[in-house]
Design a protein around this ligand. Structure first.
Ligand code: NAD
Length: 231
C-alpha cells in the first residue's frame, strides 16, 4: 500500500466548532498565547492556565468529528495512512483514524510537572490545582507549550521523509518546528494543500485545493480512492 501522510492543524477542526488560533489575530479564544500556553504562564498563574485548558477540553468533549476527519479514515481501506496533527483535540481518533501522531500533545491527558513521561488519561473534563501524579507532583495539561521541546518531531520527520502522498490541511504553517516538516518531503512525493487560504505555501509543486476542510478533503480522498481503483 502507498504511504499517505496527512499533516493537520486547527483548520480541520474548525467546522466541528473548535476555534482556530491565528484566525483571531494571535489570540486563542480571547487569550494571548503568552498568558496561557507557555512555561512562564504556568509559573506565574497556574490556575489561569488550568482554567484555560479545562475550557478548551470542554469544547473538545462537546465537539464531534466532521466529514474531513471521517474521510481520512476512509483512506485507510486502500492506503497506509498516518496523520501528523498539531491539534490537541481527539477528533481524528474519534473520526476513526488509526495512526495519529500528536506533535503538540493531547488535551484529554495530563502529565506530571516532575517527569513529562508520566502521562495519564483525564477522567471527566477538569484538571485541578492540587491533583498530583504518582510521585506527588502537580499535574498539568499534556500539551507542548510554546518554547518547549516537541518530542514527536524525529518520528514526524521520518514519516514525512517516507511519504509517497502528502496532504496538508488547515494549518497556517506559522508554528515551528512543526511547520518545517514540509521541507523533508521527497521530490517525487505527490503533495496537496487543503485550506481556505492556500497562500501559506509558496512551493509550486503543491496541488492547491482552496476550500473548507470538509469539501476539500472529501474531494482529495475521493480522487485518491478512484485513482487507486483505476491503476
Ligand atoms: P492556525 O489557527 O494558525 O491556522 C488555521 C489554518 O486553518 C489557517 O491556514 C486557516 O486558513 C485554515 N482554516 C480555518 N478554517 C478552515 C476550514 N474550515 N477549512 C480549511 N481551512 C481552514 O492553526 P495551526 O497552524 O494549527 O496553529 C495553531 C496552534 O495552536 C497549533 O499548534 C495547535 O497546537 C494549537 N491549536 C489547536 C487547536 C485544536 O486542537 N483544534 C485549536 C486551536 C489552536
Amino acid at each position: 500500500m502507498k504511504k499517505v501522510v496527512i499533516f493537520t492543524g486547527a483548520g480541520i477542526s474548525a467546522e466541528s466548532g473548535i476555534s482556530t488560533f491565528r484566525a483571531s489575530d494571535g489570540l486563542w479564544n480571547n487569550y494571548k498565547v503568552i498568558d496561557v500556553a507557555t512555561p512562564e504562564a504556568w509559573k506565574k498563574n497556574p490556575a489561569l492556565v488550568q482554567d484555560f485548558y479545562n475550557q478548551r477540553r470542554r469544547d473538545v468533549l462537546n465537539a464531534q468529528p466532521n466529514l474531513a476527519h471521517t474521510r481520512l479514515h476512509d483512506l485507510e481501506s486502500q492506503y497506509d495512512v498516518t496523520i501528523i496533527t498539531q491539534n490537541i483535540d481527539d477528533l481524528h481518533e474519534r473520526g476513526g483514524s488509526t495512526n495519529v501522531v500528536h506533535l503538540h500533545g493531547e488535551i484529554t491527558k495530563s502529565q506530571s510537572t516532575a517527569n513529562k513521561n508520566l502521562v495519564y488519561d483525564i477522567k471527566g473534563d477538569t484538571l485541578k490545582i492540587g491533583e498530583l501524579c504518582e510521585v506527588g507532583s502537580q499535574l498539568r495539561p499534556h500539551v507542548v507549550w510554546f518554547t518547549e521541546d516537541v518530542p514527536n518531531m524525529p518520528l514526524a520527520i521520518k514519516l514525512v521523509e517516507e511519504a509517497e502522498i502528502f496532504i496538508v490541511c488547515g494549518t497556517s504553517l506559522n508554528v515551528y518546528p512543526a511547520a518545517g516538516l514540509i521541507y523533508y518531503l521527497k521530490e517525487d512525493c505527490i503533495k496537496y494543500i487543503v485550506d481556505l487560504d492556500t497562500s501559506t505555501i509558496n512551493e509550486t509543486e503543491f496541488i492547491k485545493v482552496e476550500k473548507k476542510a470538509t469539501e476539500g478533503i472529501d474531494e482529495v480522498v475521493s480522487a485518491l480512492l478512484t485513482e487507486l481503483v483505476k491503476s
